[in-house]
Design a protein around this ligand. Structure first.
Ligand code: GCO
Ligand code: MG
Length: 415
C-alpha cells in the first residue's frame, strides 16, 4: 500500500486550521493536524514544499520508519514547525493503518484502559460573580474539572478571561460567552498588559472564594501562562496550596528547565508544563528530576501519536501523567488523536477540552462524544474524523495572531 498523494488543506471556519490528507494507491485516506496558531502558513509550506514530495511512493504502513526519515532526514531537528509537520504525517498514517485494520485507532495502541477521558473546561470571569456563573455553566455542561482564570485589578484584559475587553468571539455563541479564544483575526497582534505583583496578590483570593462557593471536591486548575520567575512561581504555588489545585500550569517559560528545581523546593502544588514543547528531549530533565507532574504536549505539536506515545511511556517511569493540551487551536483531528491515545495509555491524567465551534464541527465531522464530563473516541475505523472539502473551501485563510504582552512600563513580557 503506497502513498499516492498528500494534500495540505488550509481552512478557517472561524479560526485557521492546517490539515494534511494522505491518500494511498488503494484509495484509503488519513488525516493529520498541523496547526501552529498564528504561524499556520509556515507549516503549510513546510509540508507542501518539502514533505509531500518525499512521501509519494512510500509504503503507508511504515509509520516508524517514515517518522525517523522525516526527523533525522531534515538534519534541522525539533522545533514547532518541523514537529507539527511530522505529527500530521504520523497521525494520517495511523488513521490509514487503523482504517485498513477495520478498527478504531485506540485498538492499535493497546486497546481500552478506561471508559472515557476526564476533561477540564475553561471557566473565566473578570470579576467573581461572572466567574461563578461560568463555573456553574461548565458544570451544567457536564464538566467534572474546571480551569479558573480571572481578571487582575488594574489590568484591562488578561489571558484566559472571556469577558476581557479584547476577548475574541467564535462562531459558537456559547463558546464566545464563556471560553477565552486568544487568536484574533487581523494583520497584527493585539497588545495586552501585565503586572506580576498585582496578579500574585489577587490569585489566592480568587481560589479562596471559589473553594468557599463550590466546596473541596471539585478539581480546579489554573494557567499562569509562562509569566513568572522561579521565585514568583514558588510563591504562587505556595499561596495556592490551601485550595488544593489539580495543577498549576506553565508557571515559568521553562526553556531553562533547571529553574523548576527552585519551584519544587517550595511548593507541593502539582505542576503541568509542556504545551510549547515538541520532543522527548524537552522533557528529559524534567522527568528525571521529577520536576513536573503532568505532560501538556498535544499530538499535533509533539511529533504525532508516535512522538507523544514515546513521551508518555518515558513519563510513566517517573509516575508522571498526561494532561494533553486541548484548546480550539488543536483541530478536531488533533483532539481525536489525543482521545485515542488517552484511552489506551496507562498513565492518563486529564484532557483539556475547549469545545470547537459549530462551523469547525461541520468541517471535520468528529465522531468523538462528550458525555457526563468524559470524552469518548469514535468507534468507527481510524481516527473517526472526516474533512468536508466544500465546507473547507468556503472558509478562506485569514491572518490571525495571538496577542503580545507588555509590562506596565511598556517593555515586552511573555504572553
Ligand atoms: C491552554 C493554552 C492556550 C494557548 C493557546 C495558544 O492552556 O489552553 O495556554 O490557551 O494560549 O493554545 O495557541
Ligand atoms: Mg496553557
Amino acid at each position: 500500500m503506497k502513498i499516492e498523494s498528500a494534500e495540505v488543506l488550509v481552512s478557517s471556519p472561524g479560526r485557521n486550521f492546517v490539515t494534511l490528507r494522505i491518500t494511498t494507491d488503494t484509495g484509503v485516506t488519513g488525516l493529520g493536524d498541523a496547526t501552529v496558531n498564528g504561524r499556520e502558513l509556515s507549516v503549510a509550506s513546510y509540508l507542501a514544499d518539502h514533505i509531500v514530495p518525499l512521501l509519494i511512493g512510500l509504503d503507508a504502513h511504515r509509520i516508524e520508519d517514515t517518522w525517523q526519515y522525516l526527523y533525522r532526514g531534515a538534519y534541522w531537528r525539533r522545533g514547532p514547525i518541523t514537529m507539527a509537520a511530522i505529527a500530521a504525517v504520523d497521525t494520517a498514517l495511523w488513521d490509514i493503518k487503523a482504517k485498513v485494520a477495520g478498527l478504531p485507532l485506540y485498538q492499535l495502541l493497546g486497546g481500552r484502559s478506561r471508559e472515557g477521558l476526564l476533561c477540564y473546561g475553561h471557566a473565566s470571569g473578570a470579576e467573581l460573580p461572572e466567574l461563578f456563573d461560568s463555573i456553574r455553566h461548565h458544570q451544567e455542561e457536564g464538566y467534572r474539572a474546571i480551569r479558573v482564570q480571572t481578571g487582575v485589578p488594574g489590568l484591562p484584559s488578561v489571558y484566559g478571561v472571556a469577558s476581557s475587553a479584547n476577548a475574541a468571539t467564535t462562531a459558537d455563541g456559547v463558546t464566545s460567552r464563556y471560553d477565552h479564544e486568544p487568536a484574533r483575526p487581523g494583520a497584527k497582534p493585539v497588545e495586552e498588559s501585565w503586572d506580576t505583583r498585582a496578579y500574585i496578590r489577587h490569585i489566592p483570593t480568587v481560589f479562596e472564594a471559589v473553594r468557599n462557593e463550590f466546596g473541596p471536591e471539585l478539581p480546579l486548575l489554573h494557567d499562569a501562562h509562562h509569566r513568572l520567575t522561579p521565585i514568583e512561581a514558588a510563591k504562587v504555588g505556595k499561596s495556592l496550596e490551601p485550595y488544593d489545585l489539580f495543577w498549576l500550569e506553565d508557571v515559568t517559560p521553562a526553556e531553562n528547565q533547571a529553574v523548576l528545581r527552585r519551584v519544587r523546593e517550595h511548593t507541593t502544588t502539582p505542576l503541568a508544563i509542556g504545551e510549547v514543547f515538541n520532543t522527548i528531549f524537552d522533557y528529559k530533565d524534567l522527568f528525571e528530576e521529577q520536576l513536573i507532574d503532568y505532560v501538556r504536549s498535544p499530538v499535533t505539536h509533539a511529533g504525532g501519536i508516535t512522538g507523544l506515545r514515546r513521551i508518555f511511556d518515558y513519563a510513566a517511569v517517573y509516575q508522571i501523567r498526561s494532561g494533553v493540551h486541548g484548546p480550539t487551536d488543536v483541530s478536531p483531528v488533533g483532539l481525536a488523536a489525543a482521545i485515542h491515545l488517552g484511552i489506551a495509555i496507562p498513565n492518563f491524567g486529564i484532557q483539556e477540552y475547549m469545545k470547537h465551534s459549530e462551523a469547525t464541527h461541520e468541517l471535520f465531522r468528529p465522531g468523538y462524544t462528550f458525555e457526563d464530563g468524559l470524552l469518548k473516541p469514535s468507534e468507527t475505523p481510524g481516527l473517526g474524523v472526516d474533512y468536508d472539502d466544500e465546507v473547507g473551501a468556503a472558509h478562506a485563510y485569514a491572518p490571525a495572531y495571538l496577542p503580545v504582552n507588555r509590562l506596565l512600563d511598556g517593555s515586552m513580557h511573555n504572553w
